[in-house]
Design a protein around this ligand. Structure first.
Ligand code: 13P
Length: 257
C-alpha cells in the first residue's frame, strides 16, 4: 500500500526561531504514525537547524527549491548536492516558481533530474491556471508538465517520484476545487503515467493533492476513487492546530479505509 504523505509547504514564512517553535508545537500534537509520513518544507535557511531538532520518527524535511547544477559559479543558488544529507524531498515545479522565477518546463525537468541524481525525491507540482481551465486546456497542461518533467528519468526513478496536483486557481485563493474536479485530474495524471511508464508504475506512484487544504477537507479528498496519497498544505501548515488536525484526520481516514 502506498504510504500517505502530509507535507507542509511553509513558503517564504518563518525565521529560524519561529520555525523551531512551530516544530516544537507540532511535535507535541503529532504522534509517530507508521502509515503517515509527515514532511515539513521550511525555507532553505531553516533546513540545517531543523534537521538537528526534529524527531526523525515523526518528521521528514523537504526543500522548497534548489538549482539543477551540482556546483559552480551560480551566485545565490543552493544545489541538490548541498542538500543531500539534509532532506529526503524537494518540491519542484511549484506554480509560484513557474510564475515568478522562470521555472520553465525545461528548468523543472532539469531540477527533477538533479534531485534524483542526488538521491533526493522530487515532489513534482503540476497544475493548471484559472485561464487554462476555462479555456479547456487542463489536460493538455497537466500532460505537458508531467511528460517534460519526467522525461530524463528511468522508469525505475519515476516509481519514487511524488506528484502533487495543485490547481493554481485554488492555491491561497479561498476558491475550493470540487471533489469531482480533483478526482478527474488525478485520474488523468495516473492514466498519463500508465501510458508512459506502464500500469504497475502508475499504481505505485504517489499522487498528492494541494490547494486550499483545510482540516475539514481531508477525509473527503483522501477517499476519492482516483487514489490520493496525501496532501501538500500551504497556508494551513503554518497553523499548528490546523496542521496537526490535518495529519490526525489523514491517519484516521487511512485507518478506517
Ligand atoms: P494553500 O494551501 O495555501 O492553498 O497552498 C497550497 C500550496 O501551494 C502548497 O504547495
Amino acid at each position: 500500500m502506498r504510504k500517505l504523505m502530509i507535507a507542509g509547504n511553509w513558503k517564504m514564512h518563518l525565521n529560524t526561531h519561529e520555525a523551531s517553535l512551530l516544530v516544537h508545537r507540532l511535535s507535541e500534537r503529532i504522534d509517530v504514525h507508521r502509515n503517515v509520513e509527515v514532511v515539513l518544507a521550511p525555507s532553505t535557511l531553516c533546513l540545517q537547524p531543523l534537521s538537528l531538532e526534529i524527531d526523525r520518527r515523526k518528521f521528514r524535511l523537504a526543500a522548497q527549491n534548489a538549482f539543477y547544477k551540482d556546483e559552480g559559479a551560480f551566485t545565490g543558488e543552493v544545489s541538490f548536492t548541498m542538500l543531500r544529507d539534509l532532506v529526503h524531498y524537494c518540491i519542484v515545479g511549484h506554480s509560484e516558481r513557474r510564475a515568478y522565477f522562470h521555472d520553465t518546463l525545461e528548468v523543472v525537468r532539469n531540477k527533477v533530474e538533479a534531485a534524483v541524481r542526488n538521491g533526493i525525491t522530487p515532489i513534482l507540482c503540476i497544475g493548471e491556471t484559472e485561464h487554462e481551465r476555462k479555456s479547456g486546456e487542463t489536460k493538455q497542461v497537466l500532460h505537458d508538465q508531467l511528460t517534460t518533467a519526467l522525461s530524463n528519468l528511468t522508469t525505475n526513478d519515476v516509481r519514487d517520484v511524488v506528484i502533487a496536483y495543485e490547481p493554481v486557481w485554488a492555491i491561497g485563493t479561498g476558491v475550493t476545487a470540487k471533489p469531482a474536479q480533483i478526482d478527474e485530474a488525478v485520474r488523468f495524471i495516473r492514466h498519463n503515467v500508465a501510458e508512459l511508464y506502464g500500469q504497475k508504475v502508475s499504481e505505485e506512484v504517489r499522487v498528492l493533492y494541494g490547494a486550499g487544504v483545510e482540516p475539514e477537507y481531508v477525509a473527503g479528498v483522501l477517499s476519492l476513487d482516483a487514489g490520493i496519497d496525501g496532501l501538500l498544505v500551504g497556508g494551513a501548515s503554518l497553523n499548528y492546530h490546523k496542521f496537526s488536525e490535518i495529519v490526525n484526520a489523514a491517519y484516521r481516514t487511512r485507518r478506517e479505509n
